[in-house]
Ligand binder design. Structure first.
Ligand SMILES: [Ca+2]
Ligand SMILES: [Ca+2]
Ligand SMILES: [Ca+2]
Length: 525
């Protein structure tokens, strides 16, 4: 799954989410001048020269796609929302800040170059292959040239964090410019396609920074973090990764963003997960994503645009752009408000898929799609008149008792073991998130299925039997010995108090293990 991007950048590939494809040419010719429009926003952006290729913004069935399988962006533009006044941090490998379709939207005094400890990203533009395409999805300019971003009047700041990851830098990038940054896009994470529970990047420093971001930044209303869910599912039938095996994508302060194709189906690489929030259109069908590329011969193409960007790396900045539209519509929204609105306005994609359920609060949810595909038009409509559910200061949380069975998990046995814990006197009638901490030992953790059932009877598949790999081949061992925190979004608006049940089964012979202890912590109002 590795591609040439990694070699070009001379980076540890482990720090990147793989894109399933890149390259391909976009149009960038002088004819774009004919379309130059002074107007910004509203319907004018549909006149951008390459808009017709941007099916993720408006899918009319281009190249065999399914009409309507888009993010509902033009409806939000028509209502007057283009991201004006909202700043998005593009936490990536940098941005080509002189690109014709990006430069007007970049606050150059607030960029950050982690290699040189400066605000100057320009000398490193040729390394910004990935970030330049990500930035264009969120907020390419509506200027009569090239493409449009979801939020063409938003402001961006770029950080080249991925050129020099460290725990300290990873944490710093989460709250940098916290006085102006409203939305933080993160199309990166732990390595894909290994099948292991991986918290190599979700250090306590990073988690503390995310909590600072939601609790204190943006004048206390909280930064909204969009996070790529991961590209490591492998295929819809032979799974490897699940988004819940990544300690960043499953953290309660971020929204894990999955990907759907232009046919309105799960992109085969897009990881499942009980932690998924919403999906957004990306590649995986008959078309990739058309966005900005580093100028000239640098980047994925020899032009200034690409028509073949993708992965959850592209889905996440699409949602970040939608959040910018929402915050223009209602700047008072807290981070909790934004998440809630996105969940409640998401579109039920692939509606005949058998994984869809209505949870006990009547909210549709799916392990492939979270709450569905982001719908910008519906989101800004709800945002405009939304009564806040509160920020961090009013978020309640309550932990269950800890159950410590120290019990062997029956090998290759569908019955496994079922255990319960109790949450009581939480005062939480509307769940917003659930953490599940499980302490266990196993010689091949890929054998295990963990299924959590809420007091209201909704199930969440936290871990699913799968193989582990060394990046190429299936490995003989896949040990785990410690505590893993899973996250679950699926219980949104259900009641916290009552009995929570964890069923643990081992689905393959020989390797064995022990469930030592577990508990849940519920967050909500
Ligand atoms: Ca443009
Ligand atoms: Ca190029
Ligand atoms: Ca086994």
């Amino acid at each position: 799954m590795e591609n040439r991007r990694h070699k070009l950048l001379l980076l540890p590939s482990a720090l990147f989410l793989s894109l399933l494809s890149c390259g391909g040419g976009g149009g960038d010719d002088d004819s774009s001048l004919l379309f130059f429009l002074l107007a910004s926003g509203n319907g004018a952006c549909t006149a951008e020269p390459l808009f017709g290729d941007q099916w993720h913004l408006l899918n009319s069935g281009q190249s065999g796609g399914t009409s309507g399988e888009d993010a509902g962006v033009t409806g939000a533009w028509d209502a007057g929302y283009t991201g004006s006044g909202v700043t998005i941090a593009i936490v990536d490998d940098g941005i080509d800040i002189l690109h014709e379709d990006l430069r007007a939207n970049i606050n150059t005094s607030r960029n950050y170059n982690y290699v040189e400890s400066s605000t100057d990203l320009a000398p490193h533009f040729l390394y910004a292959t990935h970030g330049t395409s990500v930035a264009g999805v969120s907020a390419a300019d509506c200027n009569g040239k090239g493409v449009s971003g979801v939020a063409p009047d938003a402001t961006m700041v770029g950080y080249n964090l991925l050129l020099t990851n460290s725990d300290a830098n990873n944490a710093d990038a989460m709250t940098r410019n916290g006085d102006i940054v409203a939305v933080s896009n993160n199309s990166w994470g732990a390595p894909d396609l290994l099948g292991t529970l991986n918290d190599s990047l979700s250090s306590s420093l990073w988690r503390t920074a995310i909590l600072d971001g939601i609790n204190n930044q943006r004048n206390g209303k909280g930064i909204i973090y969009a996070w790529a869910a991961g590209n490591g599912q492998n295929s819809t039938t032979n799974r490897i990764d699940n988004s819940n095996y990544d300690g960043q994508a499953n953290f309660r302060g971020v929204m894990a963003i999955c990907a759907v194709s232009n046919a309105g189906k799960q992109s085969s690489y897009s990881e499942r997960g009980a932690n998924l929030w919403v999906c957004a259109p990306s590649n995986g069908g008959s078309l990739g994503i058309t966005t900005t590329d580093i100028r000239d011969n640098y980047g994925y193409t020899t032009s200034d645009y690409t028509d073949d960007f993708g992965g959850t790396s592209s889905a996440s900045p699409l949602v970040a752009g939608v959040v910018a539209l929402m915050l223009q519509a209602n700047p008072d929204l807290t981070w909790r408000d934004v998440r809630y609105i996105l969940a409640r306005t998401a579109r039920k994609v692939d509606p005949t898929d058998t994984d869809w359920i209505n949870n006990d609060a009547g909210i549709p949810v799916n392990h492939k799609y979270g709450f569905g595909v982001v719908d910008a038009s519906a989101a800004v409509t709800m945002a405009r008149t939304f009564t806040s559910i509160g920020g961090s200061s009013t978020l309640k949380s309550k932990a269950s008792n800890t159950d410590s069975p120290a019990a062997a998990i029956p090998d290759n046995d569908v019955n496994g073991i079922s255990r319960t814990v109790t949450v009581s006197s939480s005062g939480i009638t509307d769940i917003e998130w659930v953490d599940i901490e499980v302490t266990f030992v196993h010689t091949y953790a890929g054998d295990l299925n963990f299924v959590l059932t809420s007091p209201d009877g909704t199930t969440a598949h936290l871990s699913e039997k799968h193989v582990c790999t060394d990046g190429t081949n299936i490995t003989a061992t896949c040990p785990f010995n410690g505590t893993w925190r899973f996250g679950a979004a699926r219980f949104l608006d259900e009641t916290a108090d009552g009995t929570w049940t964890l069923k643990v089964t081992d689905g393959a012979a020989d390797d064995t293990g022990t469930l030592n202890s577990w508990s849940v912590t519920v967050y909500g109002r």
